[in-house]
Design a protein around this ligand. Structure first.
Ligand code: XIL
Length: 313
């Protein structure tokens, strides 16, 4: 089949990869990463703990490498992520801040990172995983120190630093209709009503075999109907190991359903896979006993899920 990125482009969509920077040195990895995908999301290299491990001292090598690689391969970059409770440097996660200090620290961080790459990032996950499962705002250092306005503050700082980047809020378990996705809907509606610069909503889609929400297309559409761009930002479909032919077939159905939901919704800009080969996935270390979540196997051979993506695009 032609590269996935070409098939996606036929309907004006991107096909993205959550990339593992160091593996770009590996021939079998870059052979797929550089050809099948039209967007790269750094898997870890743009997170706060990676770029600003100690206060005011930035380390850009990993992020620069991916942005340079993307440009050399005619790929967009999806920046990930600026304000998130996880993978924070210790000085933020466990710091002691005077009144108002963390707001300044956060907006400085956003301005510095977005400013560095201004004009080179198509989309930014400005705020990642702000919600609890019941749809309320997650208790994070940002909510505690700044209050609910931290989200608007971060978005405004990002817009000021790069007016051309599309600014996203991104979360998981918001893929189908439900309490958490209702919470996202209320959050983004109130931000839009208040004139806060927000352009998109990301749906991570870290899914379990056979559990693609039936309402995914309907859910994406209700956000797109607000005038927002939507995207599937971190797709994988995990299963209990070992895999077998029946599971791989179900996984193909699941991948086809997610890609099909995006293709069916006008405002859906594209789909990013959270890795491509089962040899490099966050699932096995994070969910013991589970894995085989990606469309290429551990030997970099396409699985049924790959063919289902081809069919759905
Ligand atoms: C994961 C990375 O893939 C891992 O390498 C890292 O150890 C932990 O984070 N939601 C997100 C991503 O927004 O940043 C996470 O990525 C997966 C869950």
């Amino acid at each position: 089949a032609p590269p996935l990125r070409e098939l996606a482009a036929e309907s004006g969509r991107f096909l993205g990869l959550g990339v593992n920077g160091p593996l770009l040195d590996q021939a079998n990895y870059t052979a797929v990463a550089g050809t099948e995908f039209s967007s790269l999301t750094p898997g870890n290299e743009m997170k706060w703990g990676s770029v600003e491990p100690t206060r005011g001292s930035y380390s850009w090598a990993g992020a620069d490498r991916i942005v340079d690689y993307a440009e050399a391969h005619d790929q967009e970059v999806h920046g990930h992520t600026l304000v998130w409770h996880s993978q924070l440097p210790d000085w933020v996660a466990n710091g002691t801040f005077a009144d108002g200090e963390l707001r300044q620290v956060m907006t400085d961080h956003v301005a510095t990172e977005v400013g560095r790459y201004a004009g080179r990032i198509a989309r930014w996950d400005v705020v990642n995983e702000p919600l609890n499962e019941d749809g309320t705002l997650r208790d994070t250092v940002f909510l505690r120190e700044i209050g609910p306005d931290y989200i608007a503050d971060a978005l405004r700082a990002a817009r000021a630093a790069d007016p051309d980047a599309r600014l996203y809020i991104n979360d998981y378990n918001t893929d189908g209709l439900g309490a958490k996705s209702d919470g996202m809907y209320e959050l983004v509606t109130s931000l839009l009503d208040a004139g806060v610069p927000l352009d998109g909503v990301g749906f991570q889609a870290h899914l379990i075999l056979g559990q693609v929400p039936a309402s995914m297309e309907q859910n994406l559409r209700r956000f797109a109907d607000l005038g927002l761009e939507v995207a599937v930002t971190e797709l994988d479909v995990r299963m209990q190991l070992p895999s077998d032919a029946a599971k791989l077939q179900q996984q193909a159905v699941d991948y086809g359903a997610v890609v099909g939901a995006c293709v069916a919704v006008d405002g859906c800009a594209g789909v990013t896979l959270w890795g491509f080969t089962d040899a490099d996935s966050w699932i096995p270390p994070t969910f013991p006993g589970q894995g085989a979540a990606l469309p290429w196997d551990e030997n970099y051979q396409p699985k049924p899920a790959y063919h289902a993506i081809v069919e759905a695009l």
